[in-house]
Design a protein around this ligand. Sequence first.
Ligand code: ZN
Length: 225
Amino acid sequence: MPDPYTPKLSSFKYTATERRAINWALKQKKPWMVDKLKKRDLTSQEQTYVKAIVGFKIRVKTFHAKRQNNRCCYCGQSLFNRTIEQDREHIIPKAKKKSLIFAVFNLAVACKTCNMSIKKSQISHLRGFRRSGLRDPKVILNSKNYNIPHPNIHDWEEHMDYSSSSKGRATVTHYQPKTTRGRFAYYFFKLDDQEEFANTEEQRKIRGAQPLHPRLVELRDTYKQ
Ligand SMILES: [Zn+2]
C-alpha cells in the first residue's frame, strides 16, 4: 500500500496497554466513546483502559495532524484557522466496520465542516464495500476502492489544486479537481460551498457575530453535533 506522507503509518506503534484497552473497548457498545462511560460503572481495570483509550485518541490525532501538515484531510484547509474544531475522522464509518475503529490506517483528522458534511453511515465514498467487501482486508486496503483521495493512501495534491486569493478583505479559496477522485471529493464534501466561506481568524473578525456558515448551522442542528 502506498503511503505518501510522513511520519509513515508503519511507524505508529500501539503500546501493550493500548492493545489491551482497544480489545476491551471493541467489546463495548460504543468502542470509540468509552471515555463517555460513567466512572462509577467501571471497575478500576476498566478505568485504566479508558485512560489508555483517551491517551491513544490524543496520540493518534497528533500523529495524523503531522502527516497532514495540519490541514484537513478532505478540504485541505488549515486546521488552525477553522471556525470550529477539528475532528478525528473514520474514513470507513465506525458503524460500518467495528474492527477498524482504532486502526491508524482508517483514521485521519478532518475539519468539522467536512466531518459533518458526511452523513455518519454514508458509504458512497467507498467502492465495493457492500456485502463481502467489508470483511475482506484486501478490499479495505486497496486504493482503488475509494472514490475520494484516501487520507492515508493517496497524495491529496495529486487530485486537487488548491489556492487562495484575496477578494476585498476576505480570502477566497479555489479548488480545481485534477482527477476523478478529486472531482468526487469536490462534490462529496461540497467544497464549492467552502470556497466563499470565511476560513480565517481575520475573516471571522470581519464577519463578527456570524462565524458559522449557514449550511454548517443546518448540519449541526441535523446531527446534533
Ligand atoms: Zn475539511
